[in-house]
Design a protein around this ligand. Structure first.
Ligand code: NI
Length: 170
């Protein structure tokens, strides 16, 4: 397993619409293994393939009950079938450095997806788990949690990143 580089805003790959996956092979399993290692190393609780430069419809989510355990759910071609209610919770993203903010999301979502063998699955998630799923699925549509914030907050963040990038170059 290899730890991959996590792309950061404003990398254009993060803005692409990810392609559906039709081939379930060893290469895909290898990518999932690498993404798992990368996510736990970061550390994070979810990671979408575009974040490691692969614009394909794959996300992994940490579903371990205990903090010291590691258990991931692999979701391929995920689709939100149904949603209910709303909630506001604080979010951050490995690709959006130095920012956390409250985001309004659905309270409950039902998602269809395929597992690593291509088997169709369905899951209903609530609360924090539902937030993580919506956040990760957003990545597959080129959407970052930043896009759910006010124009003012977004503009301030863009300025901050420009400054950070300028400092790095200097
Ligand atoms: Ni993210």
């Amino acid at each position: 397993m290899t730890i991959r580089t996590i792309l950061e805003f404003p990398n254009p790959v993060l803005r692409q619409k990810a392609k559906p996956i039709t081939v379930f092979n060893e290469g895909l399993k290898k990518l999932v293994a690498d993404m798992t290692e990368t996510m736990y190393d970061a550390p994070g609780i979810g990671l979408a393939a575009p974040q490691v430069g692969k614009s394909i419809q794959l996300v992994i989510v940490d579903v371990a009950k205990l903090e010291e355990e590691q258990e991931i759910m692999v979701m391929i071609n995920p689709l939100i079938l149904d949603h209910e209610g709303s909630q506001v919770d604080e979010e951050g993203c490995l690709s959006v450095i130095e920012l956390t903010a409250n985001v309004k999301r659905y309270k409950k979502v039902t998602v269809s997806f395929q597992d690593l063998d291509g088997e169709p699955k369905e899951i209903t998630a609530e609360d924090r788990f539902a937030v993580v799923l919506q956040h990760e699925i957003d990545h597959l549509h080129g959407i970052l949690f930043l896009d759910h914030l006010s124009v003012l907050k977004r503009t301030l963040y863009k300025k901050k990143v420009q400054k950070l990038l300028a400092e790095k170059k200097a």
